[in-house]
Design a protein around this ligand. Structure first.
Ligand SMILES: NC(=O)C1=CN([C@@H]2O[C@H](COP(=O)(O)OP(=O)(O)OC[C@H]3O[C@@H](n4cnc5c(N)ncnc54)[C@H](O)[C@@H]3O)[C@@H](O)[C@H]2O)C=CC1
Ligand SMILES: O=C(O)/C=C/C=C(\O)C(=O)O
Length: 492
């Protein structure tokens, strides 16, 4: 029996052609902090996704398709203003869905949501295109120049680990380049996306320019969207296997794709590194967002002379991490996204022991003695002693865990970093700049940080090699992906 005083649960709806739409099946949004049912979410069927795509196509033929770059840039700034005005609501939505620490939601997630819109508004307005002065047989030459045009309707599929950040990282450049969008956020983190739809409506975008559908992946909204023939491009962030599935789904229509996928990233600490900075950096790169960032380091290689000292320092700091309520002061780690994901991470905690790991810190589940014991918490964990081919050292776990191994030489470190099916990011820690310049280009990854981790400049290319992705987004790489580029050659 429900209590009469309980407030009604939010109902999260689709946003299609400028209106919020419900109807049909719903599914539950579950708090990862205590397992409570916090909202109901509409699940889009094929007809609902079709309506969203048709609304987007019609927006491209209508006023949205005729907007100028300056008008779109102004609209993006209004969206950024709208998020800013409702900053605390966005923070609350991100925290409720994911259990991330509130200070992280403020300083990273929501702040980046705003920055994504402002950055791409300004970049798109100021971007130049290519021009080549060419030779011709008659000696008079020719001018080749390029123009960017919208691709059409862009399908956006985003994950739960950085919900607002990753969704807006794609929506902002897609709109800036004049496309219409149908976005499907992760089923685990629908709340900030729904708020964003309100902000976009209030910013005055024409109906159909931005559409949002909720649901799952295979056999649900995600698959209906990627398979829809009215979608001209798909941009996706998530697991590598899902990327492969989407690639097959778009193959017949040869849609453009941009994929940012999984990783098994390395951090490498040379003996000449600033020791304290390296420890602090590897703590961040291992445990930020409970390790649920595709850029996190799950493999840490430390040069032999400082190995024991490094492991001891990491152990001390890991055991001091405060795991708790996301809204608590100074909390370092909340829960994982879901009970399902916790089962996956804990299966690796068990596997590590079977594979012969020494558990230096953590390795289990924290006990609180309150409602949080029904949440999706795990302990931050460090292992040593595993061989390089152990599954825990080769497979993406996506939790607050790293394996630390010693190495003897620079060449050996490079070989072991590159010995992976993935190639997203790597962090090198060294005081020797010559070494940094020598080693960084040898790393098979889309991103190499030296003496830092996750320092982002939104103008730079972002993406992975091998099974970590396809293509690059960021700065002009985004403008190129979200545009159809035509070369015009004028004979002089
Ligand atoms: N950025 C990253 O590298 C991420 C990696 N992961 C890893 O992936 C594992 C699974 O997590 P999930 O959330 O299930 O990731 P996922 O890759 O399955 O889901 C990400 C998004 O893709 C959608 N999706 C799933 N299957 C689809 C399909 N066939 N067609 C179209 N859309 C589809 C989902 O609904 C969600 O919006 C995690 O345990 C974690 O290890 C998860 C999220 C992000
Ligand atoms: O800062 C960014 O643009 C992206 C960061 C992280 C991911 O892409 C991810 O975790 O998937």
């Amino acid at each position: 029996m429900s209590t009469s005083s309980a407030p009604p649960r939010p109902q999260l709806r689709h946003f299609i052609n400028g209106e919020f739409i419900a109807g049909g099946k719903t599914f539950r949004n579950i708090s990862p902090v205590n397992g409570e049912h916090i909202a109901d979410i509409a699940e889009a069927d094929a007809a609902t996704v079709d309506a969203a795509v048709k609304a987007a196509q019609s927006a491209m033929r209508g006023p949205w398709g005729r907007t100028t770059m300056s008008e779109r840039a102004a609209a993006l700034h209004r969206i950024a203003d709208g998020i800013q005005a409702r900053f605390d609501e966005f923070v609350a939505a991100e925290v409720a869905d994911t259990g991330r620490p509130v200070h992280q939601a403020r300083t990273l997630d929501v702040a980046r949501g705003i920055a994504n819109f402002r950055t791409f508004a300004d970049l798109a307005r100021s971007a130049n295109t290519d021009l080549f002065q060419s030779e011709s047989a008659d000696g008079l030459g020719a001018l080749n120049y390029t123009v960017r045009k919208p691709l059409g309707v862009v399908g956006i599929i985003s994950p739960w680990n950085l919900p607002l950040l990753l969704l807006t990282w794609k929506i902002a450049p897609a709109l800036a380049c004049g496309n219409a969008v149908v976005a499907k956020p992760s089923e685990e983190s629908p709340s900030s996306a729904t708020l964003l739809a309100e902000v976009i409506r209030d910013a005055g975008l024409p109906p159909g320019a931005f559409n949002l559908v909720h649901g799952f992946g295979g056999g649900s909204a995600g698959e209906f969207l990627t398979r829809h023939p009215g979608i001209d491009a798909v941009t996706f962030t998530g697991e590598s296997r899902t990327g492969a599935t989407i690639m097959k789904a778009v193959a017949d229509d040869m849609k453009e794709v941009s994929f940012e996928l999984g990783g098994k990233n390395a951090a490498v600490v040379f003996a000449d590194a600033d020791f304290d900075a390296a420890v602090a950096g590897v703590m961040r790169s291992s445990f930020t967002n409970s390790g649920q960032v595709c850029l996190c380091s799950e493999r840490v290689y430390v040069e032999r002379p400082i190995f024991e000292r490094f492991v001891a320092a990491m152990k001390e700091k890991t055991q001091a991490l405060k795991v708790g309520y996301p809204a608590e002061d100074n909390v370092d780690m909340g829960p994982l996204i879901s009970h399902g994901h916790r089962d996956k991470v804990l299966s690796y905690y068990r596997l590590a022991e079977q594979e012969g790991a020494t558990v230096v810190a953590g390795g289990g589940v924290p006990h609180f003695g309150d409602e949080r014991d029904r949440g999706a918490y795990v302990q931050p964990t460090i292992w040593t002693g595993l061989p390089d081919d152990a599954r825990c050292v080769t497979e993406e776990i996506f939790g607050p865990v790293c394996h630390i191994a010693p190495f003897e030489s620079e060449d050996e470190a490079v070989r072991r970093i590159n010995d992976s099916q993935y190639g997203l990011a790597c962090a090198l820690w060294t005081s020797d700049l010559k070494r940094a310049h020598r080693v960084a280009p040898q790393i098979e990854a889309g991103l190499v940080w030296v003496n830092t981790w996750y320092l982002r400049d939104l103008r730079t290319p972002f993406g992975g090699v091998k099974q970590s992705g396809l293509g690059r987004e960021g700065g002009r790489y985004s403008l190129d992906f979200y545009s159809e580029i035509t070369n015009i050659c004028i004979k002089l």
